[in-house]
Write a protein that binds this ligand. Structure first.
Ligand code: UDP
Ligand code: MN
Length: 296
């Protein structure tokens, strides 16, 4: 447990001092009611964090099933530029088409591991079974190979710094479409028959399934629980409205994340106009034709 049980040691460093009476941001919420930091530009010092997280290995799991392999090149190229630069990274590419994984030149300390997985006919099954596969590979490999796991959608690109400021035991990202909404408007699963059901009077945030993570042990717990929930749903003849995102939201309601990423970390420039308090767009959607890319 690198960040919860042990206090990280840092060397002598020179950096500007924080001011107790001058909060770095007054335009956005910086802390959840359970005291998890919400990560916005201007609130952290990368030099301190990089020192705290030196000797950390980060696994980035990304699924590229069927036609989604076309997104890998831009995803990996931009990750090399912006994702955990200066740290050890293993890209775990889960795909049914290993031969179509592009060869990208990697910086030192970074490598690609291709994990061959099965595909499913329905795209809903592809996204739902991500939880099962992350759960299985966590036990098989990730627990022994990396400290943290970051699970990311492939139909996205990195466009600014995404570093160790996101790492914590368990983190989720505020969905760009709902961060300012009342909880009644969150697109949680609302049918009590589903394991993902959340009543109207509950809910902290609506989290995006496109980016979440944590220590391998915590991501393993999350993925296993979400997979179990989808199995029970299936036995009951119900599928959660937003698939694994619905189950993720249910899990994070009752297992409070220890960090929350602002919408800087998942954005869609075609769907949303950038508000002034969003100073950086770090990981953004790549346009796609849903019907075309999801067909077999
Ligand atoms: N995915 C995939 N192949 C598919 C469908 C989905 O590899 O046929 C993976 C891929 O990593 C994708 C993620 O599942 O980014 C989530 O699906 P998608 O991005 O289509 O969902 P959206 O972001 O549009 O809700
Ligand atoms: Mn996506």
């Amino acid at each position: 447990c690198p960040d919860t049980c042990r206090v990280p040691r840092v060397p002598r460093m020179l950096y500007p001092k924080a001011h107790v009476l001058q909060p770095p941001r007054v335009d956005v919420l910086l802390m959840t009611p359970w005291f998890a930091p919400i990560i916005w530009d201007g609130t952290y010092d990368s030099a301190i964090l990089d020192a705290q997280f030196r000797n950390t290995t980060i696994g980035l799991t990304v699924f590229a099933i069927k036609k989604y392999v076309v997104f890998l090149k831009l995803f990996l190229e931009t990750a090399e530029k912006y994702f955990m630069v200066g740290h050890r990274v293993i890209y775990y590419i889960l795909t049914d088409r290993p031969a179509d994984v592009p060869q990208i030149p990697l910086q030192e300390g970074r490598r690609v591991v291709i994990l061959k997985v099965r595909n499913y006919t329905r795209w809903q099954d592809v996204v739902l079974h991500r939880m099962e596969m992350i759960s299985n590979f966590s036990q098989q490999r990730f627990l022994h190979e990396v400290d943290y796991l970051v699970s990311a959608d492939v139909d996205m690109k990195f466009s600014d710094h995404v570093g160790v400021e996101i790492l914590s035991s368990l983190f989720g990202t505020l969905h760009p479409g709902f961060y300012a909404s009342d909880r009644q408007r969150f697109t949680y699963e609302r049918r009590p028959l589903s394991q993902a059901y959340i009543p109207e009077d509950e809910g902290d945030f609506y989290y995006a399934a496109a980016l979440y993570g944590g220590s391998v042990a915590e991501v393993y717990r999350l993925a296993t629980a979400c997979h179990q929930a989808t199995l029970i749903d299936k036995a009951n003849g119900i599928e959660a409205v937003w698939h694994e995102e619905s189950h993720l939201n249910k899990y994070l309601l009752y297992h409070k994340p220890t960090k929350v990423l602002s919408p800087e970390y998942v954005w869609d420039e075609r769907m949303l106009r950038k508000p002034p308090y969003l100073r950086r767009l770090r990981y953004v959607a790549v346009p796609k034709n849903h019907a075309q890319i999801r067909s077999r």
